[in-house]
Write a new protein. Structure first.
Length: 243
């Protein structure tokens, strides 16, 4: 195996598992040992300014992209093949992902500009806060750069190769790395940075994402019987409430 092959095997055959282990184990350890840092560290109190626009655009765009990549990359082709062809699926992903990418890129640009140009916020920012925004900015820019490349393969062939790589990695099947031999460096760098986001996740403010997903459990939490102690309420009067 040549040196380039070894590098590609390390990056796309070993690195994904390293990122996944650090992502899961690191998040668990941080929650267990450092719960006071488990927060988004919002700078809204320092200056609201453009935070609302930047944050909303970023979250809407990134959440759509995350679930879009999750479903699109990990859903086997045979499941959606009876309903939509690979080519049409790719065009749909290019259009919807492109719009979401523009929203997310605009949002993270506003947030990064705010961190760098507002003196109060910059002084109170950790180096990791700025580095994380730079990482996300580059990642979203690369994602948008893949759209013209995807337009050169409207039959969906490249999308199927990338999805097959992800599915083989997740299911521990061999031959995943070889599938990326014909992929452009833009795709590969985008994938590498995407995995790196998961690697740094436990050490940044991104951990608050877990809390966001955790709140969904509140929707199915059973009601609790709460006894009111207010004056004028008959004894034994109970009202079901969620706490």
């Amino acid at each position: 195996m040549t040196s380039p092959d070894l590098v590609q095997f390390a990056v796309f055959g070993i690195y994904p598992y390293l990122c996944l282990v650090v992502f899961l184990l690191g998040s668990l350890l941080r929650f267990d040992r450092d719960q006071y840092s488990w927060k988004s560290d919002s700078s809204q109190l320092l200056r609201a300014g453009s935070l609302r626009w930047g944050s909303n655009l970023f979250h809407v765009g990134v959440l759509f992209l995350f679930f879009g990549h999750l479903v699109g990359m990990l859903t086997p082709h045979f499941i959606y093949e009876p309903f939509i062809s690979a080519g049409n699926k790719q065009v749909m992903a290019m259009v919807s992902g492109g719009l979401a990418g523009v929203l997310g890129f605009a949002g993270v640009t506003v947030l990064l500009h705010r961190r760098l140009t507002d003196e109060r916020i910059r002084i109170n920012s950790k180096p990791g806060d700025i580095l994380l925004l730079v990482l996300l900015w580059v990642q979203l820019a690369l994602g948008l750069a893949t759209i013209p490349l995807s337009a050169q393969h409207l039959d969906g062939s490249m999308m199927l190769l990338l999805a097959e790589w992800a599915q083989r990695i997740v299911t521990l099947r061999p031959g995943a790395v070889e599938l990326l031999a014909s992929a452009s460096w833009v795709f590969k760098l985008h994938m590498f940075l995407g995995m790196t986001v998961f690697l740094v996740f436990p050490f940044t403010r991104l951990v608050h994402v877990w809390s966001g997903f955790g709140t969904l459990a509140y929707l199915v939490r059973p009601y609790q019987m709460v006894r009111s102690r207010r004056l004028g309420v008959p004894p034994g009067h109970n009202s079901p409430q969620k706490q």
